[in-house]
Design a protein around this ligand. Structure first.
Ligand code: HEM
Length: 387
């Protein structure tokens, strides 16, 4: 289960708390119930976020050397930061992603998505297969993020390659050769980021002006370039795929009886792009009756928590607006709750509103394939064609 926290495994019977050994023999305490996951997220003193970005496959010396050659450093900044600097860094990021600034991007994004939907509709009408991941989901979140944090003409392909390499390097079961290749990719982009952190405007300039060291500015940008776009790309792909199998929901959207925002929330509950998130026990503690020694990795199974029968009346059905639907933990909770939630919701709402009609009458030629990964779904493609 540890590296495939979706699909069948997410619906199997599980104890509330399970101890599961990973591929290198390290035990993780896996938390499956909504109330317990929430309890952990709400207590960052007992359950610290420090291990959020730890590599699940220990990085060997050869790959560490490659990273060091690029002066790669990842000091605690956001998700893995339990130090006193967290609130200040978070506040600057939250300012850049302020709901008013997010709302201001909506017309631009809608126009862009509409243009793409017109092209996609023409291709589908002509009987051609189209890849909704590549054409619709892959780059949109990055393009919006670049406008919000003022990235210079973001080289889209380079950022996507780097971000996916980082997700694999930190969260996938890997062999040493692959780690070496990924370290080279991540290190290369880190060098680009260091230059931008030193000279860039927008968020980079705000972090510098607040007195943060170059390493912290790089670390914050590094995290945002991964968390702030790859997550949403993955979610858009998974949600569109799910909607192809939900004709009643699409009919409701068409008729105006189902709200787009409710579809997005139910999507986050059932198809979260981040299936687990980690904390580490700061002290000897107990969770759901299980003893958790200090230093133990705690894997919060967010995807499973979204299907908890105590959360919603119909846990496995896609029922937009059902009671409890919005209480999913796809964005985490507490002091580290996702700062980009509003942005992700806006982007998903635009894509659902504009692109859901494309799904009428299509067949899935190639469903998204997801590699083994502790935390991220990372769908690679989603090809459909009109029957
Ligand atoms: C569907 C898309 C997304 C999902 C499912 C998601 C999920 C998450 C989760 C699970 C966490 C950890 C929360 C915790 O520890 O309690 C997190 C943290 C974070 N996310 Fe997101 N995220 C998404 C999109 C975004 C976007 C678009 C941005 C920014 C542009 C973003 C920025 C962040 C940041 C900065 C943090 C760290 C917050 C902190 O530690 O203070 N995320 N996200």
């Amino acid at each position: 289960m540890l590296f495939r926290g979706w699909g069948e495994s997410v619906d199997w019977r599980w104890p509330d708390v399970a101890v599961v050994a990973d591929h290198v023999g390290v035990d993780h305490v896996v938390v499956t119930r909504h109330a317990l996951v929430r309890q952990v997220l709400a207590d960052p003193v007992t359950w610290r976020p420090d291990n959020a970005l730890d590599a699940v496959t220990p990085v060997p010396v050869a790959a560490l050397r490659v990273l060091a050659g690029h002066r790669f450093r990842l000091p605690p900044t956001l998700a893995n930061n339990s130090s006193a600097s967290h609130p200040g860094i978070r506040a600057l990021v939250a300012e850049a992603l302020h709901p008013d600034r997010v709302a201001a991007q909506q017309p631009w994004l809608t126009a862009l998505v509409r243009r793409r939907v017109v092209r996609l509709a023409a291709a589908l009408d002509a009987g051609e297969p189209v890849d909704l991941y590549a054409v619709l989901a892959a780059d949109l979140p990055l393009l919006v993020l670049a406008r919000l944090i003022e990235l210079p003409d973001a080289p889209v392909d380079a950022v996507k390659d780097f971000a996916r390499a980082a997700l694999e390097l930190f969260w996938a079961p890997l062999d040493a050769d692959r780690q070496l290749a990924l370290a080279a990719e991540v290190g290369r982009f880190h060098t680009v980021l260091r230059e931008f952190a030193a000279t860039g405007g927008g968020l980079a300039a705000a972090l510098r002006a607040d007195g943060h060291s170059p390493d912290v500015v790089v670390g914050a940008l590094f995290f945002l370039l991964v968390a702030g776009q790859e997550t949403t790309s993955q979610f858009l792909t998974l949600l569109l795929h799910r909607l192809t199998a939900e004709p009643e929901v699409r009919a409701g959207l068409r008729a105006g009886t189902v709200a787009v925002a409710d579809v997005v929330e139910e999507g986050l509950r059932l198809e979260p792009p981040i299936v687990t998130w980690r904390r580490v026990a700061a002290v000897d503690a107990t969770l759901g009756g299980t003893a958790v020694p200090a230093g133990t990795s705690v894997v919060l199974w967010l995807a499973r928590a979204g299907r908890d029968p105590e959360l919603v009346p119909e846990p496995t059905r896609f029922r937009p607006g059902q009671r409890g639907s919005r209480r999913h933990l796809a964005f985490g909770a507490g002091t580290h709750r996702c700062v980009g939630a509003q942005l992700a919701r806006m982007e998903a709402a635009v894509v659902v509103a504009e692109a859901a009609p494309l799904l009428d009458g299509v067949t899935v030629v190639r469903p998204p394939w997801c590699p083994d990964n502790l935390t991220f779904r990372m769908p690679d493609a989603f090809v459909v064609r009109r029957r």
